[in-house]
Design a protein around this ligand. Structure first.
Ligand code: QAP
Ligand code: CO
Length: 173
């Protein structure tokens, strides 16, 4: 499967992802193809909508203490629902769909989600730390929300200006 990462300001990123009902070979192929894209682009999380598939699926591979991302740590999350959220934490986020831009974003400190794995088994994760942040960031993608949408008005304006300048430089190089 040939996938490419959709970048802001492409409106595909604003689509709402649909619940997955068939856990078939097509889904498995998509998930299998998302993993190498995420690893090759130094990502820790990727939602299906970021590769132009508006379905409620995301993958995560949070680095361990040594910064390693072994495939055993890959988590595939289908149809997630938040069942509990608590606290507050700020983390400097980035996004594969908004390359080379990073900003502090406020999230819940801990979240619990119910979700399904690739074989439709129901699972629960109680997350804190970077995993909790990544889950919230990726679940926002399923609703068409980007981390830059959470910036204050003045920071967002600064972002738009910088990002447009970068896009121009890219085009001219
Ligand atoms: C979402 O983000 C996330 O700009 C995943 O040039 C972010 O994997 C979860 C990336 C923060 C938790 C905390 C971004 C790679 C990767 C870039 C990513 C870039 C290369 C972002
Ligand atoms: Co993202």
């Amino acid at each position: 499967m040939n996938l490419t990462i959709v970048e802001y300001p492409n409106n595909i990123l604003r689509k709402k992802s649909k619940e997955i009902k068939s856990f078939d070979a097509d889904l498995h192929k998509l998930l299998d193809a998302m993993y190498p894209i995420m690893m090759n682009t130094n990502g820790i999380g990727l939602a299906a909508i970021q590769v132009a598939h508006p379905i409620s699926a995301l993958i995560l591979n949070i680095p361990d203490e040594d910064g390693e991302q072994p495939k055993e740590n890959l988590i595939e999350i289908i149809n997630p629902v938040v069942t509990h959220k608590d606290g507050e934490s700020v983390y400097q986020e980035g996004c594969l769909s908004v390359p080379s831009f990073y900003e502090d974003i406020k999230r819940y400190e801990t979240v619990t989600i119910n979700y399904q794995d690739r074989d439709a088994n129901t699972k629960t994760i109680e997350a804190d730390g970077l995993l909790a942040i990544a889950i919230q960031h990726e679940m926002d993608h399923l609703d068409g929300i980007l981390f830059i949408d959470k910036l204050s008005y003045s920071r967002r304006k600064k972002f738009d200006k910088e990002y447009k300048r970068m896009q121009k430089e890219k085009k001219n190089s």
